[in-house]
Design a protein around this ligand. Structure first.
Ligand code: MN
Length: 254
């Protein structure tokens, strides 16, 4: 069995004229450690070629980064909005729509999780401290691998199955969060203040898990429950690939 290819959505950094595109190396290590082949997908590909890029992948990892443009969920930006990248939004939204229609498994992290919710019709808090204050600080500016707040996985969820326990102290680096959860999703993990920390797709035929924390930061820890999320994505990608092979064979015979 060859390793499945996992597309990882990349960001653009640097000043005009000196720009770079890529992913935080922890995303690539996490996919690799789980037995997948990481393929970096830069926004330069553009929405019109997103399907072509996805066709090279058996699974998709939507990564963290900039705030989504609030226009995507029907609002204008408040003073609390941070950096945005409209080109990246457009490319990743197209990637996700294509993954949805072809049922390519998706693990969506932080911004990626928020993007999935918005594409499916949900909305976001543009800034938790300003709009939904609580005692829990979701963006303490800690080290990436530092565990700062608990998330509770709900029974029967893919998140619980993947992580292997219902209560995990994990990391947190987000000032935005899910406000109205999209109809196509159900919440599968919560923080102590009720913030939605994970959600999954309602369609059993499509493996779709979104998390608000950063599981990729723990790839060096062999016992970290977060590594199970990447293993689950890679397993789902292998299963999707066999399903597609079967379908191609049936089409050829039929
Ligand atoms: Mn959090």
């Amino acid at each position: 069995m060859t390793a499945p290819r996992i597309g990882i959505s990349a960001r653009v950094t640097g000043e005009l004229g000196r720009q770079h595109t890529g992913v935080h190396i922890d995303y690539a290590h996490s996919v690799s450690a789980a037995g997948g082949v990481p393929l970096v997908l830069p926004p330069v590909i553009g929405p019109s070629a997103a399907a072509e890029a996805l066709a090279a992948c058996h699974g998709l990892l939507l990564t963290g980064g900039e705030d989504l443009l609030p226009e995507h969920y029907g609002l204008t930006g408040t003073e609390h909005l941070r950096d945005t990248d409209g080109d990246r939004d457009a490319f990743e939204m197209a990637l996700f729509r294509d993954a949805r229609s072809s049922r390519v498994p998706v693990l969506a992290i932080c911004r990626g999780f928020q993007l999935v919710n918005v594409v499916l019709g949900g909305t976001l808090w543009q800034d938790l401290p300003a709009q939904r204050p609580s005692d829990l600080d979701h963006d303490k500016g800690s080290e990436w691998h530092e565990r700062t707040h608990h998330v509770r996985m709900l029974p029967g969820s893919l998140a619980l199955a993947a992580m292997g326990r219902d209560l995990v102290l994990t990391n947190s680096f987000h000032h935005q969060a899910i406000r109205d959860l999209a109809q196509g999703l159900h919440a599968t993990a919560l923080a102590d203040d009720g913030v939605i920390e994970a959600a999954e797709g309602n369609d059993d035929r499509h493996w779709l898990v979104g998390v608000q924390w950063h599981p990729e930061s723990f790839w060096r820890e062999s016992e970290a429950p977060e590594r199970g999320l990447f293993k689950a994505l890679v397993d789902a990608a292998v299963e999707w690939r066999s399903g597609r092979a079967l379908q191609l064979t049936e089409n050829a015979i039929g």
